[in-house]
Design a protein around this ligand. Structure first.
Ligand SMILES: Cc1cc2nc3c(=O)[nH]c(=O)nc-3n(C[C@H](O)[C@H](O)[C@H](O)COP(=O)(O)OP(=O)(O)OC[C@H]3O[C@@H](n4cnc5c(N)ncnc54)[C@H](O)[C@@H]3O)c2cc1C
Length: 463
């Protein structure tokens, strides 16, 4: 269908592969966490994988793709969980992992090439007594550009908010997909054009992130007699400015049993809060825990917990991945709790969904508020089952994003404004970047994923 042979001779010595195994491996991300995407994205493969080593090689790839009008889908670590890096319309899988390395570090900021692994950036920052404000739980394999284009926030968001909060992405350099590709530098709120853009409106080449001073973290698992005790404690910790935490992840029993490494640590029947607290805040943290009937059942310096894996690999999207190791049919949707009465909203949703599955809540700052995201872990039956859960959550006042779809509009975490459309037209005049991932209007949307009702996921320009 596409002129791949012509494209390959045009890019000459840029590394490429048409080996079917490589193509299949690189055309997948972590969409299999969704039972619906698992069915719908199967068999969607690129025609060729291209791995440029630097921006000059990348520009040659773009020039040839534009000349032969072949789609280009960027891929970093391939940890996206909505299938955002799957080449829906075939063409070129643009492997960005070789364009990697920290460009510079200074007080308060770090700049790195797009394919730099997030954990490597954080390690470099640590050498200067600083750390990233936030990182995804996939930090060991996710790239910084993939985090900006596909992620939301993560460890650190309990203190610093999410990526879209003003000041959390310092700058992004992008390459356009034009006949003569240009490099553009976006700063401030302009970076939000690229954030959650799923690589469908530009190719990120460099990212500059703010840093904070490095903390001495203590990781802590706390058990509670009831789920609402754990929620109240998490909210109290998240709204106490003097207590420094970077994770507040609240799970209802039996999740601590379903996550294998936690078995035997959290007592039978107890709900759980997992957290990283700055060691200087540990005394005050423990006081708040005791006030909420909590018991610290595990505490250790960061990375030294008794469960054998990083504590953050049992939070956010990783919690479901852990559960699926023993219960592959478990799934979830992405509820969003953003209200002045956070405890009240969680309590109502918890009551309405009693018995559906254990609730999860990730507490993090979002704009000027503490907010929560999560839903029950259910045994997947059907799309209608997920729709019903979404509707119940919405009827109580929670927002919902669709974690069983692959395009920006269908997922519902980003508004597609006139400015976004103008930016897409400017950077991608031939519509070659991740086609199906971000279309101009709703009628164009890729037909991949579940049709869940999406609402109130507080979108851009918050805070
Ligand atoms: C178990 C699990 C846990 C997760 N936990 C978190 C979490 O805590 N927080 C969070 O925010 N997310 C989380 N995610 C989602 C995902 O890991 C993050 O979004 C991650 O940062 C993506 O990085 P990546 O390099 O793997 O990107 P990829 O999966 O390779 O790509 C993600 C998106 O970015 C685009 N892209 C990649 N590189 C570029 C580029 N150079 N230019 C333009 N577009 C590009 C791709 O086309 C795709 O649309 C999780 C996913 C899983 C499976």
């Amino acid at each position: 269908m596409y002129a791949i042979a012509d494209f390959l001779s045009a890019i000459a010595d840029v590394e490429s592969s048409v080996d079917p195994i490589t193509i299949r491996r690189k055309s997948r991300d972590r969409y299999a966490v969704s039972p619906l995407l698992r069915q719908q994205l199967q068999g969607k493969y690129a025609d060729v994988v291209v791995s440029p080593k630097d921006k000059a090689e990348l520009a040659r790839v773009v020039v040839a793709a534009v000349r032969y009008k072949i789609p280009l889908t960027a891929r970093g670590g391939g940890t996206a969980n909505y299938g955002q890096s799957v080449p829906l319309r075939g063409g070129i899988l643009l492997d960005m992992t070789q364009i990697a390395g920290v460009v510079w570090t200074k007080r308060g900021a770090i700049r790195a090439l797009a394919g730099t692994i997030v954990g490597d950036m954080d390690k470099t920052a640590r050498e200067t007594g600083q750390e990233l404000r936030m990182f995804p739980t996939t930090r060991a394999t996710a790239t910084i550009a993939g985090f900006i284009a596909g992620g939301t926030g993560g460890i650190g968001s309990a203190r610093w908010g999410v990526l879209r909060d003003r000041g959390n992405i310092a700058a992004v350099e992008v390459m356009t997909a034009e006949e003569e590709p240009r490099l553009l530098e976006l700063r401030g709120t302009k970076t939000l054009l690229v954030h959650h853009g799923y690589g469908a409106n530009c190719i990120i080449t460099e990212v500059e992130m703010p840093l904070t001073h490095a903390e001495d973290w203590r990781e802590t698992v706390v058990a509670f007699p009831t789920y609402m005790d754990a929620v109240r404690c998490g909210v109290a910790l998240g709204t106490t400015p003097g207590i420094v935490t970077k994770l507040l992840s609240v799970h209802e029993w039996p999740t601590p049993h379903l996550i294998q490494p936690l078995r035997g640590i959290v007592p039978e029947g107890c709900s759980m809060l997992s957290s990283y607290v700055a060691s200087a805040s540990a005394y005050d943290f423990d006081e708040v825990v005791a006030e909420h009937r909590g018991t610290v059942v595990a505490a250790a310096p960061e990375g030294e917990g008794a469960y054998g894996i990083p504590l953050y690999e049992m939070a956010f999207g990783h919690a479901l991945a852990q559960i699926q190791k023993t219960e592959p049919d478990r799934t979830a949707i992405e509820g969003f709790f953003h209200t002045d009465d956070l405890v009240g909203l969680v309590e109502r949703v918890h009551r309405r969904l009693d018995g559906v599955g254990p609730l999860r809540l990730e507490l993090r700052r979002w704009g000027s508020r503490l907010a929560g995201s999560g839903s029950p872990y259910v045994n997947f039956e059907s799309e209608e089952q997920l729709q019903r859960i979404a509707e119940i959550m919405q009827s109580e006042g929670a927002g919902v994003a669709n974690s069983h779809a692959s395009s920006v509009r269908a997922v519902g975490k980003k508004d597609v404004t006139a400015e976004d459309i103008a930016f897409k037209r400017l950077c991608d005049p031939f519509g070659l970047l991740n086609p199906g991932g971000f279309e101009m209007d709703e009628s164009d949307d890729a037909d991949v994923g579940a049709d869940l009702p999406v609402s109130n996921w507080v979108a851009r320009r918050v805070g």
